[in-house]
Design a protein around this ligand. Sequence first.
Ligand SMILES: [Zn+2]
Length: 221
Amino acid sequence: MSNHEPKPKRSKFIHTWFQRMNVESSSSNVVSEPSISSPNIDLELPLSIPEPNIDVEPPPSIPKPQNNINALERDPGLRCAIWKYPVNERDSIRKAYVLLGPFQPKLTFPFIKQGSQQRKFQFSWFKDNPWLEYSISLDRAYCFPCFLFDTENSRHHAFTVDGFKNWKRVCGVDNMLMKHVGGLNSPHHAAMHKWDLLRNPTKQIETFFQSKSLKDVEDNL
Ligand SMILES: [Zn+2]
């Protein structure tokens, strides 16, 4: 063992010497390159750090549900009345629903016993009444344009809040859908007209030009 003692010392010395050389070498590099390497590090760090974060973490800006059109409740029996939204949000909510259109699901509608017969909602009613909607959750019918422009003080909540379910009274003379549509000056027709203008902005412009003279238009510009 004693014969081997000097070797570790020499080895240690050599190792230490190399270490010193490395230190001197590296220190000389540090001395010779600070003006080049330091600015590079400062510039690269901010650029190189976010990259792994983008891959690992989810995008930071996920749209809020209320700003996402697909997050709006479609079922007329579950959705919130537009007049319950804050005043400054109602227009955008209304336009979002206009883009989505009436909720007219195609499914096997459930039978319910009304009088002596089993009756159910008929999908063909959508074709005859494009404004008609169906609530899957409540098995009731609603009116889309009346929902769009309904107000808290409205007295016509049958097709907006309550929902209609008396399927027996859809066919025949005593047709409740026709009664809801009413005459030309009915609240339903007014809502249909407003819905039409929102769906077709060009019609809104045509109506504007028809109702205003050219001079009035120039004054407004
Ligand atoms: Zn209506």
